[in-house]
Design a protein around this ligand. Structure first.
Ligand code: NAD
Length: 270
C-alpha cells in the first residue's frame, strides 16, 4: 500500500504530465504508481471505471490530483469522452499507465480447456489486451514530443499457472502488443514497456481462485523469499516513465522478488 512506506520524493517527474488508469482502491497497483509519480512532481489525470468515483475521489484528493474521468475501456464513447477530458485538463502527455484487466470469475478456476468459453475468452482479451492497444493509440496522439507508456502483466503469460487460465492468454497477447507498439511508436520517441509484477493482494487477485495461495507460494518460491512489494513495482514504473528509462523499450521487466527465475522449489530432491 502506498501509505505503508515512505515514498522516495524528488523531481524526476517535474514538468511531466500523464494519465494513470486502473485505480479501484488504495491497494490497486495503479494507486501505488500514482502516489510515487505524484511524489516525484508529476501532473496527473486518473481514468477509472464508471462507478468507482466514491473510492477514487478521496484518494485523488489526498495527493491533490484534480483531473478525474470515468472510462469503460469496452465502450468507445466513454473512452472518447474521457480522452477529451484528459486533453482539456492536461493538453499534451508525457506518460500513460495502463493497469486494467478483467476476466469472468468462472474462467479463473479449474480446467482451462473445459471452462474457457468463447464469450469469456473474447471479453478477457478485449478488456485486458485490446484496451492497451486502444489506450496506446489515443495516448500517443497526445504525445507530440515523445513519451513513455507502461502496462502491467503477470508471469501467467509465459508459464501455465493454475487457475490463471484465460487471463494468461490475455497477458501473452498484451506482452506481444507491447513489442509491436514499441516498434510502431519508437520512431515518434515513444517508449512502451510492461512490468511483470509478482502476485499482490488486490481486488484483481481476489477474483482468481486460489489467489491467497498464489501470494504464499510466490513468496516461498521466490529468490528473495519475499512478497512482491508495491515500492518495487512503483519504483520500476518511475524508472520506465521518467527519463531514467531512456533507451529501454519493448521490454517486459519482472518485478516479482525473483519468482520467475526459479526452477524447482528448495526442497526438491531432499
Ligand atoms: P485492481 O483490481 O486494483 O485493478 C484492476 C483495474 O482494472 C480496476 O481499477 C478496475 O476498475 C479496472 N477495470 C476492469 N475492467 C475495466 C473496464 N472495462 N474499463 C476500465 N477499467 C477497468 O487490481 P490490480 O492487481 O492493481 O491490477 C492492475 C493490473 O496489474 C492488472 O492488469 C493486473 O492483471 C496486473 N497485475 C496484477 C497482479 C496482482 O497480483 N495483483 C500481478 C501482476 C499483474
Amino acid at each position: 500500500m502506498a501509505e505503508d512506506y515512505a515514498l522516495p520524493k524528488g523531481e524526476l517527474m517535474k514538468g511531466k504530465k500523464g494519465v494513470v488508469t486502473g485505480v479501484a482502491n488504495h491497494q490497486s497497483i495503479a494507486w501505488g504508481i500514482t502516489a510515487q509519480l505524484a511524489a516525484q512532481g508529476a501532473s496527473l489525470s486518473l481514468l477509472h471505471l464508471p462507478g468507482m468515483e466514491r473510492r477514487v475521489q478521496p484518494l485523488a484528493d489526498s495527493i491533490g490530483v484534480t483531473s478525474l474521468a470515468a472510462a469503460d475501456v469496452a465502450d468507445d464513447a466513454s473512452m472518447d469522452a474521457a480522452f477529451a477530458k484528459v486533453e482539456a485538463d492536461l493538453g499534451t502527455l508525457d506518460f500513460f499507465v495502463h493497469a486494467i484487466a478483467f476476466a469472468n470469475k468462472d474462467e479463473l478456476k479449474g480446467s482451462f480447456v473445459e471452462n474457457t468459453t468463447r464469450e469469456g475468452f473474447l471479453r478477457a482479451l478485449d478488456i485486458s489486451a485490446f484496451s492497451f492497444v486502444d489506450c496506446a493509440r489515443r495516448a500517443a496522439r497526445l504525445m507530440p514530443n515523445g513519451g513513455s507508456i507502461v502496462t502491467l502483466t503477470y508471469l501467467g503469460s509465459e508459464r501455465a499457472i493454475p487457475n490463471y487460465n484465460t487471463m494468461g492468454v490475455a497477458k501473452a497477447a498484451l506482452e506481444a502488443a507491447v513489442r509491436y507498439a514499441a516498434r510502431d511508436l519508437g520512431p515518434r520517441g515513444i517508449r512502451v514497456n510492461a512490468i511483470s509484477a509478482g502476485a499482490m493482494r488486490t481486488l484483481s487477485l481476489a477474483g482468481i481462485s486460489g489467489g491467497r495461495s498464489m501470494l504464499a507460494q510466490g513468496r516461498a518460491l521466490s529468490a528473495l523469499k519475499d512478497d512482491t512489494r508495491m515500492e518495487g513495482v512503483a519504483g520500476c514504473a518511475l524508472w520506465l516513465l521518467s527519463d531514467l528509462g531512456l533507451s529501454t523499450t519493448g521490454e517486459v521487466v519482472h518485478v516479482d522478488a525473483g519468482f520467475h527465475i526459479m526452477g524447482l522449489p528448495d526442497d526438491a530432491g531432499a
